[in-house]
Design a protein around this ligand. Structure first.
Ligand code: SF4
Length: 184
């Protein structure tokens, strides 16, 4: 599915994401108005996928088995890589403030959907940072409508992806975070 013109995003400030989408479609680059989120639109082939990301999830991440996003029953690289590789393009959103970046990724997904990219899917945007502790496995995710795969569970090698795109990962010494919105 490809985009159509004339759709509307939802929620306050949705026009910022419409403008960002316009900029990305026109030039391939953009910055979210009023914020510290930059974006680049790339073909899906620019995303470095590697099934081995699951090794880092399972054997070195303290969140493994403790969150809805990251456990034995959640879809991982084997399920998600083949599906994500079917997309045409990806908006790579970056910023040093996750509190700003992750909601922006979700809002951008919604803006893309409203524009006609009906398969739009955000990765690495679930607002786990807002939860004192996860409800897993006793109760549903507190943010179930916003639950998306984490980047490593999606098989995305974020470091390799950013490096191959020439995106500085430690701007000013800070740690750059990345979210991805797959679009078609
Ligand atoms: S958003 Fe909260 S409840 Fe949902 S998976 Fe993350 S930590 Fe768990």
């Amino acid at each position: 599915m490809s985009g159509q013109s004339g759709g509307l995003g939802d929620g306050p400030g949705a026009d910022r994401f419409e403008r960002l989408l316009d900029d990305l479609l026109a030039t391939g680059d953009g910055v979210l108005t009023g914020g510290g989120v930059a974006a680049r639109l790339v073909p899906v082939t620019a995303i470095a996928f590697d099934e081995r990301t699951i090794l880092k999830c399972r054997y070195s991440c303290p969140a493994w088995g403790r969150r809805w996003t990251c456990n034995d029953d959640a879809w991982g690289p084997r399920e998600l890589i083949p599906l994500l590789q079917k997309y045409e393009k990806v908006a790579v959103l970056t910023g040093v403030d996750g509190n700003e970046l992750f909601p922006a990724g979700l809002a951008f997904e919604r803006a893309a959907f409203a524009r006609g990219y009906f398969w739009a899917l955000a990765v690495a945007v679930t607002p786990c940072y807002t939860c004192p502790e996860c409800t897993y496995p006793e109760a549903d995710c507190r943010h179930k409508p916003d639950l998306r795969p984490e980047s490593a569970m999606a098989g995305i090698d974020t470091i390799q992806t950013l490096d191959s795109l020439g995106i500085e990962r430690r701007p000013g010494g800070a740690f750059l975070r990345a979210s991805f919105v797959f679009m078609e």
